[in-house]
Ligand binder design. Structure first.
Ligand SMILES: *Cc1c(COP(=O)(O)O)cnc(C)c1O
Length: 389
């Protein structure tokens, strides 16, 4: 059996009859950038994300960059980010010649540690960027409380977590000053190329972000501040409008897949439970824990990634590859160990949780179209690995 980590062709097959005529319409209209499809998408997503302003942009990375620019982050300003995330979260800070300050992860969710944030705040801290990693919310109450104490704006990196709810039902991305989302094809809502979204409930920031997307221009050829070309293509808007009505069902199917994995791992004695943090002598795998599951909110987790932790991670990955099962490492190198940040002289021992995660995390296939048989096969192969090694 073949089980890819992600198979986008399956999803496309179900939507092809809608997507192809839309693409021909755009070709005929020759409206290539922004336009009615993008406007419709912004209205849909403002509503879905519970934000007054939703501005469609060129990528998730650009959404983060614009957020920092809109908050006037200057060279030398410090911006607190998790050390364990996709590179963009820290890269955008460095691109503005600001200083990314790395904070370790919480052991269970691998989201940024609020206590770590507290310790990292200085008089130079100008923003905090928590990431809602893998598809569940960071500890927003704690983070927002610390940020409010020091009057520091929070930018939510919700690239992996569109539609995710915090334990009180609020949507992530609507709680901090600015929310940033990505429609990179591997995200739960994926475009036909690069695309992203930036959201806010603040009217001043909303106006500024909208102008910033188009070189800070208003009226045409008059520039009050420097923005960029952060515009979304019409084609991306069209594809996302067609995909959006299916998003909740895709989230649900990913949750079902994750639940099936968890119950099978337990059934086979391959795990000692969700959220257990220590490896045992029997080589059992550590399962992810949806920490807000008991809160009763629907999107307590959308499983952009289903992450297990295994002691012999690299061997398991190789083993699965031989069995035609796709598995990936998100992420093998935390920011504090990246060559491009060597000049920041971070102390490796300050990041025990992220370091351990980098050595042990493995993403298994969890995409919505995955079949029950495929999931059973993956678990059986992991069982073979655990018992055979
Ligand atoms: C995907 C991702 C981004 C960047 O989004 P792009 O659309 O690829 O630029 C930023 N942060 C996180 C956490 C991501 O997963």
């Amino acid at each position: 059996m073949n089980v890819p980590l992600l198979d986008l062709k399956l999803q496309y097959a179900t939507l092809q009859s809608e997507i192809e005529p839309m693409m021909l319409n755009i070709a005929a209209s020759q409206v290539m950038i922004l336009g009615p499809e993008v406007k419709k998408l912004e209205e849909t997503l403002a509503d879905y994300c519970d934000c007054r302003h939703a501005i469609a942009v060129s990528s998730g990375t650009d959404a983060l960059l614009m957020a920092l620019m809109a908050l006037d982050i200057q060279p030398g300003d410090e911006v607190i980010v998790p050390t364990y995330s996709f590179f963009a979260t820290a890269g955008v800070v460095a691109r503005l010649n600001a200083v990314p300050i790395f904070v370790d992860a919480e052991p269970i969710t691998l989201n940024i540690s609020p206590e770590g944030i507290r310790k990292a705040i200085t008089s130079r801290t100008k923003a905090i960027i928590p990431v809602h990693l893998y598809g569940q919310s960071a500890d927003l109450d704690a983070i927002m409380a610390i940020a409010a104490e020091h009057n520091i704006p929070v930018i939510e990196d919700a690239a992996q977590s569109i539609g995710v709810q915090y334990s009180d039902g609020r949507k992530v991305g609507s709680i901090g000053a600015i929310g940033c989302y990505s429609f990179y094809p591997t995200k739960n809502l994926g475009a036909f190329g690069d695309a992203g979204l930036v959201t806010t409930n603040d009217d001043t920031l909303g106006t500024k972000l909208r102008l910033m997307r188009d070189h800070g221009m208003n009226p045409r050829y008059y520039h009050k501040f420097v923005g960029g070309n952060f515009r979304m293509d019409a084609l991306q808007g069209g594809v996302l409008n067609i995909k959006f009505p299916h998003l909740e069902q895709w989230h649900e199917q990913r949750r079902k897949n994750a639940e099936l994995y968890i119950s099978l791992f337990k059934e086979h004695g391959l795990s000692s439970g969700e959220g257990v943090l220590e490896f045992d002598a029997e080589n059992r795998v550590l399962l992810p824990k949806a920490v807000y599951k008991e809160s009763g909110v629907k999107n307590y987790h959308i499983y952009n990634q289903f992450i297990i932790r295994v002691e012999k991670r690299d061997e398991l990955r190789e083993f699965l590859k031989e069995k035609n099962i796709g598995a990936e490492i998100y992420y093998p190198i935390p920011f504090h160990r990246q060559e491009c940040f060597a000049h920041l002289q971070c102390r490796d021992e300050d990041y025990p949780v992220a370091n351990k995660a980098a050595a042990t995390t493995l993403a298994l296939p969890v995409f919505p179209e995955l079949t029950k048989e495929q999931i059973i096969y993956v678990v059986e192969m992991i069982k073979e690995f655990v018992h055979g090694s």
